[in-house]
Design a protein around this ligand. Structure first.
Ligand code: MD3
Ligand code: FE
Length: 217
């Protein structure tokens, strides 16, 4: 086990692995350049939740499928809701990094078909939820953080279960698989002024998160 997790710096509940500072500043910059291209092709939008309110953060997607929400509910779609065009491809550097980590974590090859791009303003947050819209929960989720620190909550299988608080920093990569795949989680707040990098694609004081998923079986 030790060898498999050689550069894993923090141990979390089974199936969850946080790779601190996995991306250098140069790698983060290169990926954010790609994200800028994604956003140029597939503009950020603030979806409606089925219950009425608009989401606080803006989002877009890349990959064959993209997660959207409207009054009809949450689902994956092959095209952008406003432009009707297909989502642009997932940046190769993101796919390569995710694959090396899932292999390192002993989860085998990973073929994600969806990458959600979440953009947080300084006042952004994300209430406690589960990622439940994918066909097969055997596939892990891999999440990349850029910009300001996020105060992240990892809970249990029930909304009422206690949560662990941790900071997700720019360059950190979190893998959620196995029994942790369906844990409740959320972002309590962003800590402005903590980002080690600046990039035109990130709002000042804000944060970008990329979440890779396998949506279809
Ligand atoms: C734990 N995004 O997009 S990333 C999401 O920072 C989402 O933007 C947050 O939750 C963000 O759905 C959290 C970390 C994360 C992603 C998926 C998970 C944690 C998870 C799935 C299961 C358990
Ligand atoms: Fe989530």
């Amino acid at each position: 086990m030790t060898a498999l997790f050689a550069d894993l710096e923090e141990t979390l509940p089974e199936g969850a692995a946080l790779f601190r500072n996995r991306l250098s500043l140069a790698e983060q910059h290169a990926i954010l350049d790609e994200v800028e291209h994604v956003i140029a092709e597939a503009p950020l939008f603030r979806p409606q939740m089925p219950t009425g309110p608009t989401m606080i953060n803006s989002l877009t997607n890349c990959g064959p499928l993209g997660w959207i929400s409207d009054r009809r509910g949450y689902r994956y779609e092959p095209t952008h809701p406003a432009t009707g065009r297909p989502w642009p491809p997932i940046p190769q550097a993101v796919l390569d990094c995710a694959n090396s980590l899932t292999r390192q974590a002993g989860l085998g090859d990973y073929a994600p078909d969806a990458c959600l791009v979440n953009r947080y303003e300084a006042s952004g947050k994300l209430s406690l939820h589960r990622d439940f819209d994918e066909a097969d929960f055997k596939w892990p989720i891999v999440s990349f953080s850029f910009g300001n620190d996020a105060v992240f909550l990892l809970g249990g299988m029930k909304r009422q279960d206690p949560t662990t608080t941790m900071t997700l920093r720019s360059g950190d990569v979190l893998v959620l698989g196995g029994p942790s795949r369906l844990r409740y989680h959320g972002v309590r707040r962003i800590r402005p002024g903590t980002s080690p990098i600046e990039h035109g694609v990130m709002p000042e004081g804000g944060r970008i998160n990329l979440t890779l998923r396998r949506a279809r079986p």
